[in-house]
Design a protein around this ligand. Sequence first.
Ligand SMILES: NC(=O)c1ccc[n+]([C@@H]2O[C@H](COP(=O)([O-])OP(=O)(O)OC[C@H]3O[C@@H](n4cnc5c(N)ncnc54)[C@H](O)[C@@H]3O)[C@@H](O)[C@H]2O)c1
Length: 452
Amino acid sequence: MHNNNLPNISNCIVAVIGLGYVGLPLSLAIAKNKNCLRSDKKLNRRVIGYDLNSQRIRELKEGFDKNIVFKKKELIDLKFIEYTNDLEDLKNVDIFIVTVPTPIDKKKEPDLSLIKKASFEIGKIINSDNTKKDNQIIIFESTFYPGITEEICIPIIEKTSKKKFNSSVLKNTFYCGYSPERINPGDQNNTIDNIVKVTSGSNPEVAIWIDNFYGSFIKAGTHKVKSIKVAEAAKIIENTQRDINIALVNELAIFFKKLGIDTNEVLDAAATKWNFHKYRPGLVGGHCIGVDPYYLTYKANQIGFKASLISSGRKINDFMHEYLFLEIISQISKRKIEYEVEKVLIFGVTYKENCSDLRNSQMLFLIENLKKENMEITIVDPNVNKDLLYSEIGIKANNEIPENKKYTLIIFALNNKNFYSISEKVFAEISTPGTIIFDLVNRFFGDNIFHL
Ligand SMILES: NC(=O)c1ccc[n+]([C@@H]2O[C@H](COP(=O)([O-])OP(=O)(O)OC[C@H]3O[C@@H](n4cnc5c(N)ncnc54)[C@H](O)[C@@H]3O)[C@@H](O)[C@H]2O)c1
């Protein structure tokens, strides 16, 4: 049966739930586009950005993005977008796009509390006691293991909305979809506009609707898949593949160090073959690569499948900050000069370059270990949220290298744009005769410079 009751694709009201690294750029991209990329239709959509964090909403209304992705002008100038933390404002919404966090808990298992809460709230909003609207579509973009949309979110929404999911009578119903977010914060080339969007829907018609919706504003186009579970799995394996590839070179780095072989030289040599994949050893942190594989292994365990390769990759990458610590201590112990207090300067503490995100940054674990050795730690990181860093480790970061100070240990952790001017000459100015440098990004080479 053809469903004429689906929302009007060019005039609908869209709510983005959760305005973080994913939700804010997405809501701005929808609001910005006024001409459909798939037809000659004008787009007259209203976009409502909802976040339960009232401070975030206050700041966005004032044009401040704490994630330092958008400038004031970009936030203030946009028409057709409203920011709110009042659920009542979402009564007339046709399309809900959910971009709330999906972290792991202390046991490294999926913490679904936020996604469950968002589903519960959406159910209440679309309940016909609350709104005259019907046939709403709820699209999840948060990273899920295959099954979260259908096995966890939809039952919650059905229960609270008292509507039938995907009803064939096309009344008192709602539909769902899953379209994973693949943005890369801090990367100005791979933005929401030029990454192909994988789409899926809860029935073929809804899948086409969702595909056309994203296709109307994403220049790179879309890739529609047959089921919600396929779309969920596609996203989570992207990050899992990266995690395993990095784990492999990390394991090789540990192994080759024992053999006295320079891992970077080995990788350069191997990379001369056309099909060798170029990965370097490094610390894996953040909200995605270091987290998503745990979602997959959790699901595997649930069905009695042992995903041993994925688990091993996680174990190796989670160990790397400790390995780095042991390497630092080992180099210090080999040094001829002894210092009463190790003065450490760290360039970059966020989980990756050009980004303010501190979540699961392995540098924080390393710093905790260095502090236990009574080292005196100075941090230079212009991107990080200084208050948040202070609350996590009790150290305030500097925007610049403090003047007239010398350091006995330098850790160059991130190749941030702001650090492009750092050179060997700069290192020489802030070094003592026995200074050891750990360069985690392979930019500097020479005596007393070590790599992972
Ligand atoms: N950050 C990335 O690089 C990235 C990339 C691709 C996918 N993802 C995925 O996207 C999702 C969101 O990640 P993020 O980095 O944007 O998170 P984030 O922490 O930056 O932002 C999430 C926002 O959601 C809000 N929120 C939490 N629960 C809510 C609720 N129930 N209702 C309304 N708002 C709520 C928070 O206050 C926060 O502002 C995660 O599943 C993540 O795995 C993230």
